[in-house]
Design a protein around this ligand. Structure first.
Ligand code: ADP
Length: 518
């Protein structure tokens, strides 16, 4: 029986467990790869958000530049005031300085003492812009007005420069702005809009960890893992991160969840494989028991048949003349016939139970009376085999609802076993009693007893104790106790056994006194 089981075990390992483990290892590996790809996609998405803010900043300034150019080209009186108004609307601008195509200072709007005082710094910056201006000119001819940042020695202000054509003359304009006002008032609303509730966008001075602006206006921001410089603001950077959690946190969390999932699935699968193995083992054991059963039963039927035919043949030939001998032969034939019919009855009873065809006719039953009548039928056999036996009934036993025939069947099985499994100590007691709500009948012997391990299985169909080859020495089918157990279940009762090897066994049938148990 071991070898087919080993094969099944190996098969389960090769067909289920190994593939699952390999698949899990592969899955875990690909989770890691996927996580990297997802992180990459996340980063690109965050990059794109920062890009859109830079784009927005470019659009704002480009728009302003176009409106300024249009205003100046309109030729309307008061166009300078209009430009001044446009600058004021932008909120972060201080003034706009105008240079001609030779980079010479022309004017400043608004023309105040404060703004004029800034002109040397800006003029100095514009001086070095020859190449840049040529580049901007090429762009402008191509229909694109590019805004650039001028490096200023005064770092509290930023200079954004662009070319315009005013009345056919080229003009180089430099708008001075307060960078942090620009960030807060011009870009802030846009940052808040794109950040939504999900992201945190912060602005830092380059190299600093402390933000000068955050989209959620909270100081305790997460450090942006992605940082990008502003196209139009020198010395400032934007950072973006998911709110509350970093991408790495998120990725780790998902990874952990995936690992848990794989782990739980693997455990479930292993558990399932274990169950399958157990089931197959039970089936293999049952098949083995069935084949033992067939060989036992064949043996049990063949022996009495051989004896019967031998004695009948002898009697038929009339070789035996002695009357006593003849009587003895008849007795043997009768006994063997009884054994055969008991065997056949047992198999029939079992097949009825298996097919759920056995009907129980319940009625008021006196257990003492059934015990006494059953023991009486055994008197001759017991005495013949040298057994001491006694009945110890309890007088106060109440009547129970039971099928009298079935209870007698159960007792016959127990007394039969007590006889079969008694060694030299041939002593059988049948007694009755009451414990709690249960009346009971007990058959006790001083026979070979049953080990604790076997006690768990003796009520299973076909099970026989094979220890010390007992099953081969004592005839049986392995059906008796499973029939008794079934009968007791039909009575809402049960059967228990107390036994120790070498000392004997006591089987007890418990019947509920007040009808059904539940
Ligand atoms: P069997 O036809 O083998 O007697 P049973 O179902 O009646 O089948 O019993 C199952 C097994 O339980 C027996 O093979 C035997 O090993 C054990 N057994 C039953 N009754 C006794 C008993 N009174 N003493 C010792 N062993 C017993």
């Amino acid at each position: 029986m071991k070898s087919p089981l080993r094969k099944v075990g190996l098969l389960i390992v090769v067909v289920i467990i190994l593939p699952v483990l390999v698949f899990s290892a592969f899955e875990i590996g690909s989770y890691r790869q996927n996580e990297n790809v997802i992180q990459e996609i996340y980063r690109n998405q965050l990059d794109a958000i920062l890009y859109s803010i830079n784009q927005y900043s470019d659009d704002v300034m480009g728009n302003l530049a176009s409106r300024i150019e249009n205003t100046l080209n309109s030729g309307n009186p008061g166009s300078e005031e209009k430009v001044e108004q446009l600058l004021t609307e932008m909120q972060a601008a201080t003034c706009m300085m105008v240079f001609d195509s030779d980079r010479s200072f022309v004017s400043v709007v608004p023309d105040t003492e404060a703004t004029v005082s800034l002109s040397p710094v800006v003029t100095e910056a514009v001086e070095g812009q020859r190449e840049e201006i040529i580049r901007l000119r090429t762009y402008l001819r191509g229909g694109y007005r590019k805004i650039i940042t001028l490096p200023l020695s005064n770092d509290s202000l930023q200079a954004m420069a662009f070319l315009t054509r005013v009345n056919e003359a080229e003009q180089y304009n430099v708008i001075l702005i307060h960078p942090e006002k620009y960030i807060r008032l011009v870009l802030g609303p846009k940052m808040q809009q794109v950040a939504g509730g999900k992201f945190e966008i912060s602005v830092y001075r380059s190299g600093s960890l402390k933000p000068v602006y955050t989209s959620s206006n909270q100081g305790d921001t997460v450090q942006g893992t992605i940082r990008k410089p502003f196209w139009l603001l020198g010395g400032y950077e934007m950072g973006i991160e998911l709110k509350d959690k970093t991408i790495t946190d998120l990725s780790r969390e998902r990874m952990r969840r995936s690992l848990w999932f794989v782990g739980v699935m693997d455990l479930l699968l292993l558990f399932g494989a274990g169950l399958i193995f157990r089931n197959i083992r039970q089936q293999v054991e049952l098949t083995q028991l069935k084949s033992d059963f067939i060989s036992n039963v064949s043996h049990e039927i063949r022996t009495p048949l051989a004896l019967i035919s031998m004695y009948v043949e002898t009697l038929e030939m009339e070789r035996v003349k002695d009357k006593n001998k003849i009587k003895e032969y008849y007795t043997v034939i009768l006994n063997e016939t009884a054994r055969l019919s008991a065997m056949v009855n047992r198999i029939l009873s079992f097949s009825q139970i298996e097919g759920k065809k056995r009907k129980f006719v319940m009625g008021h039953t006196d257990l003492n009376e059934v015990a006494e009548a059953t023991l009486r039928t055994f008197t001759y056999t017991l005495e013949n085999k040298g057994f001491r036996f006694s009945l110890e009934p309890t007088d106060l036993l109440p009547m129970v609802q039971a099928d009298r025939e079935a209870v007698a069947d159960a007792l016959v099985n127990l007394i039969d076993n007590a006889m079969k499994y008694s060694g030299d100590q041939k002593d059988i007691t049948v007694r009755s009693g009451i414990t709690g709500n249960f009346a009971w009948l007990e058959v006790e012997d001083r026979g070979i007893g049953i080990s604790e391990k076997d006690q768990k299985h003796i009520f299973d169909k076909f099970y026989r104790v094979t220890e010390k080859n007992l099953a081969n020495r004592v005839k049986g089918s392995g059906l008796g106790l499973s029939i008794v157990k079934h009968i007791m279940e039909a009575h809402a009762g049960n059967i228990t056994v107390k036994s120790s090897p070498g000392a004997g066994s006591a089987f007890r049938l418990h019947f509920p006194v007040n009808g059904k148990k539940k």
